[in-house]
Design a protein around this ligand. Structure first.
Ligand SMILES: Cc1ncc(COP(=O)(O)O)c(C=O)c1O
Length: 365
């Protein structure tokens, strides 16, 4: 018998997540000097990690021989203070990706359905398929806008999870607080809204899920330290919700799912308001720099609200290749059903300038 014949049903057809290419890989494959390559492909923070988080991680490394606190008391305590919620309302994940998977463990199985938008962050679909559930995709509206009433209309008695990100990846679009509130209020009692807030810290006036959680609505917010806090490599994120929901998801979590260096860095990052404020301000300036640069090149772009922007370049994969040969790594989004678009992460002002210059020359050829 082959390994493939022994494998669980569905595993061989499970789609594989394709991450942005690391600088070293591109350098090796294309014979380029890694020092001359910039990566604007994975919505990382171009300003590096929060300095307070870096110092805390270095201190925590001294105790690398000890297991982490598997309950992540210090991090949950800090989160509880920051958000004005109970410690029992938080779960810590190995990135928010792991929390998406833990929700699958807790609520999905064959016959169940998950509702999401077309072109939504691909991990929602991967998680649904992994647990044998059916991903139900509803189309985006004009301007790639997310239509929350279409999400509601796609709910059936088998639906368990609805996934919504705002700002969304890869489109960068947002839903208003009113749209999110109306969605939450209209959810039937057998459905949980998974509100993916990976990019929420980039918004100046973010919507607030806490009143809905307090009202007993079925919603969980997911956040990450990978984006504005600049800790993507450490892999740490969190979920917040009603204590009963958190207690169920906790049952699916491995005891030491996040390492102690990451959790110490996350605690310190939450205190680094100055870094977060600076990154938010610089990101807003960077979005404007990219938008006006795209406009000057005569290219349509989607007004992004995260730390990235979608730009319509014609053949997305061809332009991605041409940029990569010039040492600028971006992300084609053909796999998201958007073959004419490229997703570009906001870099430093100099990186944005370089991207715009290389894009101009790539398009002229
Ligand atoms: C919308 C969205 N959700 C979740 C994640 C996962 O982030 P992480 O697992 O690094 O916390 C990402 C990462 O790019 C994302 O774009």
């Amino acid at each position: 018998m082959t390994f493939a014949e022994l494998a669980n049903p569905g595993i061989l057809t499970q789609p594989v997540y394709e991450p942005g290419k690391p600088i070293e890989t591109v350098a090796r494959e294309l014979g380029l000097d890694p020092a001359g390559i910039i990566k604007l492909a994975s919505n990382e923070n171009p300003h590096g990690p929060s300095p307070k988080a870096l110092a805390a991680a270095q201190r925590a490394l001294q105790e690398a021989h000890l297991y982490p606190d598997g309950g992540y008391y210090a991090l949950r305590e800090k989160l509880a203070q920051k958000h004005g919620l109970g410690m029992n309302q938080f779960i810590i994940g190995d990135g928010s990706n792991e929390l998406l998977e833990l929700l699958g463990h807790a609520f999905l199985s064959p016959g169940k359905e998950c509702v999401m938008h077309a072109s939504a962050f691909v991990v929602y679909k991967l998680v649904a398929l992994m647990f044998g559930a059916k991903p139900v995709e509803v189309p985006l509206g004009p301007g790639l806008k997310q239509d929350t009433s279409a999400l509601l209309a796609a709910i059936t008695p088998n639906t368990r999870l609805v996934f919504l990100a705002s700002p969304a990846n890869p489109t960068g679009v947002v839903n208003t607080a009113e749209e999110i509130a109306a969605l939450i209020r209209a959810l039937p009692p057998h459905v949980i809204l998974v509100m993916d807030e990976a990019y929420i810290e980039f918004l100046e006036n973010p919507p607030d899920l806490r009143p809905f959680i307090a009202e007993g609505r079925k919603v969980i917010g997911l956040r990450t330290f990978s984006k504005i806090y600049g800790l993507a490599s450490l892999r740490v994120g969190y979920g917040y919700a009603a204590p009963e929901l958190i207690a169920i998801v906790q049952r699916a979590r491995q005891p030491f799912n996040v390492n102690a260096i990451a959790s110490a860095a996350a605690v310190a990052a939450l205190d680094d308001e100055e870094f977060v404020t600076r990154c938010r301000r610089e990101n807003i300036a960077g979005l404007a720099q990219l938008a006006s640069g795209f406009q000057a090149l005569g290219l349509e772009s989607v007004p992004g609200h995260g730390n990235f922007q979608l730009v319509k370049v014609g053949d997305g994969v061809a332009v991605f290749d041409a940029l990569q040969r010039r040492g600028v790594i971006t992300r084609p989004v053909k796999g998201y059903g958007l073959p004419e678009w490229l997703r570009v992460t906001v870099g430093t002002p100099a990186q944005n300038e370089r991207l715009l210059a290389e894009l101009k020359s790539a398009l002229q050829r």
